[in-house]
Design a binder for this molecule. Structure first.
Ligand code: MN
Ligand code: MN
Length: 331
């Protein structure tokens, strides 16, 4: 148990200040500098210089925070937890990363994440992207604290290509680089939601050679959400987990505001059901990336992304409170 003393500072009370007013932090939780210590930090990484198709994810953190105002964050019913009452959760602000150079920007992201983790044993971080390139420095930061991790990767795309226009680190190559660097535990990582055509059949073989398993959307059609989650849980076991969620895992009907949309994806309910069934896993770091608000309509994508971030906070809270593994309602 890590109940803090004094009592956690919670979000602005939605029964006193309307949700469209007050703080502009994620879910109107306190800023980092308003508390003496914290257990979980949400922060923004407004970088989209690693994007291969439609740019615009640099505005993701801003708009996901705006849509997070719609949350009523006092109690998560399905995960049976009041995360902001139990632990100190803060908004760490945005990384001030350069838009002009990928290597420099990713160094800035890594430094920022390391500073948020600080000397504390087990602060958990959730990043709002930004394009998927940012997962590389965030994985490095998680691994520096916890050792190599199991990766649960929700995405329409494998993101294990080699180079793109001769550039080694982009949003489509990030997990090959992570594998090469030894950031991932052997045979513990898994992609979920993969679909769509690829450049070459060899891509699938190489991905498998890197120790990834993939649950494609066509597999989900066959086995369903419950069996898929079962495979994910068996794959990662009790290893420390980094969960990386590209919002394009959702069908464009549920997440039009993204850079590389692919037809035939998950619906929001399937995605949330899968996430909630991961209760009990030790998720040490996470990101929600590729939200590009310029292509969104009526906050469809950003509401989905904000809800995913809130679910990740609730999952991390349950784990830190030592609640029972594998019982989604904590009963
Ligand atoms: Mn993708
Ligand atoms: Mn991706």
């Amino acid at each position: 148990m890590s109940i803090r003393v004094p009592e956690p500072v919670g979000p602005v009370d939605g029964t006193l200040v309307p949700r469209f007013a007050g703080e502009s932090t994620f879910a109107r939780i306190p800023r980092l500098d308003a508390v003496s210590d914290y257990d979980i930090a949400v922060f923004g990484v407004p970088f989209d210089g690693g994007t291969s198709y439609r740019p615009g994810a640099r505005f993701g953190p801003l708009e996901v925070r705006t849509s997070s105002r719609h949350l009523r964050p006092a109690f998560h019913v399905e995960l049976d937890v009041a995360p902001f009452g139990a632990l100190q959760v803060v908004d760490g602000g945005d990384v001030a990363c350069t838009p002009f150079d990928i290597t420099t920007a990713m160094g800035q992201v890594e430094t920022f994440a390391n500073e948020l983790r600080g000397e504390a044993d087990d602060r958990r971080l959730i990043a709002i992207g930004g394009d998927h390139t940012i997962a590389h420095p965030l994985l490095r930061s998680a691994v520096a604290k916890h050792g190599p991790v199991a990766l649960i990767h929700f995405d329409a795309h494998l993101d294990t290509w080699d180079t793109y226009f001769h550039t080694p680190l982009t949003h489509g190559t990030v997990f090959r680089r992570a594998f090469e660097e030894g950031l991932l535990l052997e045979d513990k990582s898994i992609h979920v939601g993969i679909r769509g055509p690829i450049y070459d059949r060899i891509d699938l073989k190489q991905d498998a050679d890197f120790g990834f398993k993939a649950i494609r959307c066509s597999d989900l059609d066959r086995i369903g959400v419950e069996a898929a989650v079962d495979q994910v849980r068996r794959r990662v076991g009790d290893a420390p987990v980094y969960l990386s969620l590209d919002i394009d895992v959702l069908d464009p009907a549920f997440a039009p505001g993204t850079g590389t949309p692919e037809a035939g994806g998950l619906n929001s309910r399937e995605l949330l059901a899968m996430l909630r069934a991961l209760d009990g896993l030790k998720i040490v770091g996470a990101d929600v990336v590729e939200v590009a608000p310029a292509y969104d309509h009526a906050e469809t994508t950003t509401v989905a992304a904000a809800t995913v971030v809130y679910d990740l906070i609730a999952l991390m809270t349950n784990h830190k409170l030592g609640r029972t593994t594998g019982e989604p309602n904590g009963k």
